[in-house]
Design a protein around this ligand. Structure first.
Ligand code: ADP
Ligand code: MG
Length: 270
């Protein structure tokens, strides 16, 4: 145990992120969870301020790993990651947490009131601020039918639907008001109304923030400024939707395949 305690602490940065907006730049980033297998094999990508960038690719291709690197979860990578003008390894943990919000498909909601859950993002949030974000995600009417901000959630918010959980997680993310937002499959496995609402809030956010959307459903990424397609740990293709469709590569194949499935679903469901 003493030998473990004596191990050097991972180096912590001290720089504080500042500026009106924060871009993200990855340059030739390599990363593996263990030495045997590299998961990211030289990723270069850019997320300019006020842009909406999407990351797509098969399950296991490394999308969430990139989200993990950007939120400071895994710091043992090679290559460069810059947020704004600052190298990721020099940024203080606190500043990174303030400026990067990650919303996952199963964001953690705990037993307690709605207000307590929201205040995780902003300790001193006022009732007005909390109500404003709940209205934005179309949850406030539902909450007023119960106890408003004092509505009690069960463990993992099991008394809400999947779509409501995700909208509450989004409300909490909005309250955090960071400069960077990463949505990792934030609309997976939820009802279509919730999905559409979340997508419209994401599009609005992208006007002023730097937004990275990770989605396996390509219909959600069509309007992105740039789409990166990840395959086996490298960027196989990049560009906007029309360009990638014209290229007739892996993106176009996956898009047409998903489109066909959805058309089939509509016919079968009718
Ligand atoms: P995606 O989000 O694109 O589905 P991930 O980034 O989650 O893919 O995973 C990429 C690869 O890294 C997969 O092969 C996965 O098994 C592996 N991986 C993910 N998380 C871990 C972890 N914590 N430890 C070891 N391997 C992991
Ligand atoms: Mg993932």
């Amino acid at each position: 145990i003493f030998r473990i305690l004596d191990l050097p602490e991972p180096q912590q940065g001290t720089e504080i992120l500042s500026g009106d907006g924060l871009s993200i730049h990855l340059q030739d980033v390599h990363f593996g969870y263990d030495e045997e297998r590299e998961v990211l094999k030289g990723i270069t990508l850019d997320i300019p301020v006020g842009s909406f960038v999407s990351l797509v690719g098969e399950s296991g291709s490394g999308k969430s790993t990139i989200a993990g690197l950007l939120s400071g979860k895994n710091r043992a990578f090679n290559g460069n990651i810059c947020i704004g003008e600052t190298y990721l390894q020099n940024i203080s943990e606190k500043s990174l947490m303030e400026q990067v919000t990650v919303i996952r498909h199963n964001s953690y909601l705990f037993k307690g009131t709605v207000a307590e859950n929201l205040r995780m993002a902003k300790e001193d949030a006022t009732d007005e601020e909390m109500i404003a974000v709940l209205k934005k995600v179309n949850l406030w009417d539902f909450m007023t039918m119960q106890k408003g901000l004092k509505t009690e959630l069960l463990e993992k918010a099991s008394n809400l639907s999947g779509g409501q959980c995700q909208r509450l997680a989004l409300a909490r993310g909005l309250l955090h008001n960071s400069k960077i937002y990463i949505f990792d499959e934030a609309t997976s496995n939820i009802d279509i109304e919730s999905e559409e609402l979340i997508m419209s809030v994401i599009h609005e956010l992208a006007r002023t923030k730097s937004v990275l959307l990770i989605s396996h459903r390509l219909s959600n990424v069509v309007k992105s400024d740039c789409i990166y397609m990840l395959k086996d740990g490298v960027i196989a293709e990049q560009g906007h939707h029309e360009l990638l469709m014209a290229q007739k590569g892996p993106y176009q194949k996956l898009f047409d395949y998903q489109n066909q499935l959805e058309q089939y679903g509509k016919v079968a469901g009718a």
